[in-house]
Write a protein that binds this ligand. Structure first.
Ligand code: TRP
Length: 361
């Protein structure tokens, strides 16, 4: 079986370092590994509209931002297909058929949907499109016969729901769809990178993000203001690592080699942590280290972005070409689905022959 990656992001804003360690960095590694037959990266604008129906301009404006972030991180259009969800109408048709295989109560139990309904204060006025987006996400994944879906932990329930739809479809209509596997980030820090205020998750509405496209000076200011251990007041005080945002970021961004290159007195991150725990290591020194590590990663991304920003029509062209290629694949899957569901009436010569025979008398 071919190895195919499909993943994507909602274009509701620029992407931040949480997206980077949670998924973007991995996608580029997977692309560069050469182990995959196809890599598809989707700007999920139709999904973003499920809870932004009254703000289409926001989604429209952020398509290019997300595409620029993709390219700046090193996704290469020659090796990865970058495309826009709404340009693939086949996805709607697949969703429509999958809807018959999912119950309302099953959707109500989807933890991600439950959580997002709460976060958005929808209460009883939940848009139907939003409520059913796990089904549309199953269409996204299966349309491209994805075997591997690299996403954050919050997407686990989506993958579960997709697998259920695939099993149900294949059981009812015959083996047609491919069951995907989730690919989660390598460590806990990458799984759930907190905001700079130490709050649970980086989110635009909380204003606690570091964006990939942020200037060097702004990144430095944010790092220097990061939440650490509030009880670590004097340099000699013992410090806590758990819940200390600066160390969580170091876990996500700093390898032992990088640390040793920047602070030769330490061999490993564990040694640095032990020193902090003992006391005698100040927050400013650790923050300066983190700033250096982050700037190192972001400098390359920033430089690439500056180049792509000079040729915006090219970026739109990449998305257009990618969408055409993606659409051709989705159309093949849809044809298989229609055949399996016995709704391919006009392509089935046998159907016409057998119905003729029935009335031949
Ligand atoms: N739900 C994902 C998010 O919010 C975006 C998304 C839409 C997606 N369709 C997908 C991710 C298919 C992986 C596969 O980030």
């Amino acid at each position: 079986m071919k190895k195919i990656i499909l993943t994507g992001d909602r274009p509701t804003g620029r992407l931040h370092v949480g997206h980077y360690v949670g998924s973007l960095r991995r996608r580029v590694e997977l692309q560069d590994s050469g182990e995959y037959d196809r890599i598809l990266i989707m700007v999920a604008d139709a999904q973003a509209l499920t809870d932004n129906a009254d703000n289409p301009q926001k989604i429209r404006d952020n398509i290019i931002e997300v595409a620029l972030d993709y390219l700046s991180c090193g996704l290469d259009p020659a090796r990865s297909t970058l495309f826009v969800q709404s340009q693939i109408p086949e996805l709607c048709e697949l969703s429509f058929y999958y809807m018959n295989l999912v119950t309302v109560s099953r959707l109500q139990r989807n933890p991600t949907v439950k959580n997002e309904i709460q976060m958005r204060n929808f209460e009883t006025s939940i848009p139907v499109g939003f409520f059913t987006y796990p089904i549309s996400q199953a269409a996204d994944i299966t349309a491209f016969r994805a075997t591997t879906v690299p996403v954050g932990e919050d997407q686990k329930p989506m993958l579960e729901q997709t697998k259920e739809i695939v099993r149900k479809f294949n059981a009812v209509y015959g083996e047609t769809l491919v069951e995907p596997e989730i690919l989660l980030p390598q460590n806990d820090a990458c799984l759930r990178l907190p905001g700079i205020d130490g709050k649970a998750k980086m989110s635009k509405s909380l204003g606690n993000c570091i964006y990939l496209s942020e200037s060097e000076a702004d990144v430095r200011t944010k790092v220097m203001n990061m939440y650490t251990d509030p009880d670590h007041i004097r340099l000699t005080d013992p410090g806590k690592i758990e819940g200390n945002t600066v160390f969580t970021y170091l876990d996500a961004f700093c390898t032992d080699e990088k640390l040793h290159a920047l602070l030769p007195e330490y061999e490993t991150l564990e040694e640095l942590k032990a020193h902090y725990r003992r006391g005698g290591l100040g927050d400013v020194k650790v923050k300066k280290l983190l700033n250096a590590v982050l700037q190192d990663t972001l400098a390359l991304i920033r430089a690439r972005r500056a180049e792509y920003q000079k040729d915006i029509p090219y970026v739109y062209e990449v998305l257009k070409k990618g969408s055409e290629a993606a659409r051709a694949i989705a159309a093949e899957t849809l044809a298989d689905v229609r055949r399996a569901m016995r709704i391919d009436y006009f392509d089935d010569a046998e159907l016409i022959a057998s119905q003729s025979k029935k009335y031949a008398g």
